[in-house]
Design a protein around this ligand. Structure first.
Ligand code: AMP
Length: 623
């Protein structure tokens, strides 16, 4: 539980689909995952309000969304699309919404769009205020005291009226809105991109229902929006619909054109389509089944390639927008220093690939794309509450960084206090024959064992061609760029297979905790080294005995039976010793003896190989 600060200011992402509240202190920014009842969830509050036609709110957020199916006319979602808009301007928008959008007299002779439920008319700021109250309640449950100050984000393209409507929403919810900031600016702040003046950043935001891209320029410590472009009706929902259409087509092909899809089935299909799409971000193919009733089950398979073909036209439109935004800012793609990803749909590998092609660089993805805007808002909030920005932005790596190796030891690649930017590379290999994947765990800390370090992230290198243990060469690279973002990549050199992850090592620890971790490492240094050495020598025993076993198998009956017996016996002894003893020196000595003993075995293997080669040669000559 955070303490000390009296003037807490929270950061709020008031989104079209979901809203979040976040908070930053010297550990860095984080989303508040506490619900108003003190439970925990993923921090995302659906921007949905269910309103009783007789007056009053029934539900906000997740539970309100449940009403959307049976009672669409009282379930208000996407209210952000109406914020500060004139009634005439939202006609097209209103046609897509299942609730009643009505005209209400606004100031300065302008009619504004409002929502009618039952006999009551609600303005968009009033509806948004219900969502803000929910976020405020979450923050209060987390801090266990009243919270009244916030920074709220809005899209870069919001005009003054829309910004004012957002302020009004805050006021209605009992929040003092200290500042309204642009969503792309918040995203850049979350990544600490305010530390290098004269840089140009593209923020690509692809959510469920909206898309926009903004080009920002940082100069004199402030972000200026050079251009923005987008489509307020383009996003992950379109991808879901493509999958639904395909499934319907296939079902009808099998069961006949007459087959109807009632709303309940359609809702099930929507959930299924989204789940399939999400799984295809991490898997190459998904098999799924649909229950069509009357004992009919329809099975289908969708590959990542299928999905990519379906969403290509939509992604192309976002790419065209990027080019337009660049053109409006009078910039070439290579003028962009960083690309930042926002919105859940940017998790799709195809989207990232296309962006890499356009901008010629890897987009930033270290932060959760659903959270990045709220996190950035909280960074701005913490600075306004008096926290020094330098606390969050460091020039040196605060704690060593490495990966977990077999047996739970740590291979450190970058040592603490190294100046950023920096880079380190090390080779690793497999420990099992035919191993086709390697799990990589990125660790932070000074201790020698993985269990005593912080896990920053995990990823898997898959698709390694099956080879004997020790053969694959996996090059692991740690690169910390000038913004303090750690890029870890692993590449198997024969196959060229690659996998990578990004993380921000500076987030999540206070200076005091860093100092404590250093002290602990010092206090445990001797013991840690001992265990590390034990793990290393045990790994070597596993590796060498496996190799010897393989050689014994290969050697066949031509090997001296006495030699086979001696090696087999000492192998068993060595393995037993490695498992039971903690004396790394004794194991090491026994390993050396064993290795010496297997020299004749290696010689026998070489002689046998030569003999085979010779036989083959003479055989070829004779034929
Ligand atoms: P947002 O509006 O930013 O919350 O984004 C929500 C959209 O992101 C929805 O369409 C989700 O289906 C989509 N989404 C979330 N996670 C993934 C994922 N791993 N792969 C593909 N789409 C995703």
């Amino acid at each position: 539980m955070p303490t000390g600060q009296t003037d807490t200011i929270v950061g709020i992402d008031l989104g079209t689909t979901n809203s979040l509240v976040a908070y930053a202190d010297e550990r860095g920014p984080r989303v508040i995952y506490t619900t108003r009842d003190g439970a925990r969830d993923n921090g995302m509050v659906p921007s949905v309000v269910a309103i009783d036609p007789a007056g009053g709110v029934i539900d906000v957020g997740r539970s309100a969304r449940l009403h959307a199916i049976e009672r669409p006319e009282i379930t208000v979602y996407s209210i952000k699309r109406l914020m500060g808009r004139g009634f005439e301007d939202v006609q097209e928008e209103a046609r897509r919404l299942p609730y009643r959008v009505v005209r209400r007299a606004g100031g300065q002779g302008r009619d504004i769009a409002a929502v009618q439920i039952g006999s009551r008319v609600y303005t968009p700021p009033e509806i948004s205020a219900f969502i803000l109250r929910e976020l405020k309640a979450r923050a209060e449950a987390y801090f266990e005291r009243p919270i009244s100050k916030a920074i709220i984000t809005v899209p870069a393209y919001f005009d003054d009226t829309q910004r004012q409507a957002t302020r009004d929403a805050g006021k209605i919810a009992g929040l003092d809105v200290i500042r309204i900031i642009n969503e792309p600016t918040a995203a850049a702040l979350a990544y600490g991109l305010d530390r290098h003046d004269d840089s140009t950043i593209a923020v690509y935001d692809l959510g469920g229902g909206t898309f926009d891209v903004s080009i920002l320029r940082l100069s004199g410590g402030t972000f200026e929006v050079l251009s923005t472009h987008g489509d307020t009706h383009l996003g992950g929902d379109d991808f879901d619909w493509e999958i639904i259409r395909l499934v319907q087509q296939e079902v009808r092909r099998r069961y006949g054109e007459h087959l109807a899809f009632p709303p309940s089935t359609l809702q099930g299909l929507r959930n299924l389509a989204e789940a399939v799409k999400i799984r295809l971000s991490s898997q190459d193919q998904v098999d799924f089944e649909i229950d069509l009733g009357q004992g009919r089950n329809f099975g289908m398979q969708l590959t990542r390639g299928d999905l990519e073909r379906m969403i290509e036209p939509y992604v192309q439109r976002t790419i065209d927008s990027c080019r337009q935004a660049l053109c409006d800012a009078k910039l070439e793609p290579d003028a962009i220093d960083q690309v930042v990803l926002v919105g859940g749909s940017t998790r799709i590998p195809y989207v990232r690939r296309r962006l890499r092609e356009v901008f010629g660089k890897e987009p930033y993805s270290a932060l959760n794309p659903d959270e990045v805007v709220a996190l950035g808002a909280s960074v701005q909030a913490s600075v306004m509450a008096g926290l020094k920005r330098e606390v969050l932005l460091l020039d040196v790596v605060p704690l060593s960084l490495g990966i977990e190796t077999l047996g739970g030891a740590v291979a450190k690649l970058i040592l603490r206090n190294t100046r950023m930017p920096c880079q380190a590379t090390e080779m690793f290999t497999t420990f099992l024959d035919g191993q086709t994947s390697i799990k990589l765990t990125v660790l932070q800390g000074e201790r020698e064992l993985a269990k005593d370090c912080r896990t920053l992230g995990e990823f898997e290198l898959r698709g390694i061609p099956p080879m004997p243990a020790g053969m694959p060469k996996v090059q692991v690279t740690f690169l910390i760029d000038q913004n303090g973002i750690l890029h870890v990549s692993a590449r198997e050199q024969r196959s060229g297979k690659e996998a990578s992850i990004q993380v921000i090592p500076a987030h999540g620890l206070t200076r005091e905790e860093v100092r404590q971790m250093e002290k602990d490492a010092y206090a445990h240094a001797r013991q840690d080294m001992k265990i590390h050495r034990l793990i290393d020598v045990r790994n070597q025993v596993v590796f060498d005995t496996a190799k010897a076993e393989q050689a014994l198998r290969k050697a066949g009956p031509t090997l001296d039976p006495n030699l086979r017996k001696t090696i087999t016996e000492s192998m068993a002894n060595l393995r037993r010793l490695a498992e039971t003893s903690e004396d790394s020196e004794a194991i090491y000595q026994a390993l050396q003896d064993f290795d010496r003993m297997t020299i004749p075995l290696a010689e026998h293997a070489v002689a046998q190989a030569l003999k085979e080669a010779h036989q083959q040669e003479t055989g070829e000559r004779n034929s």
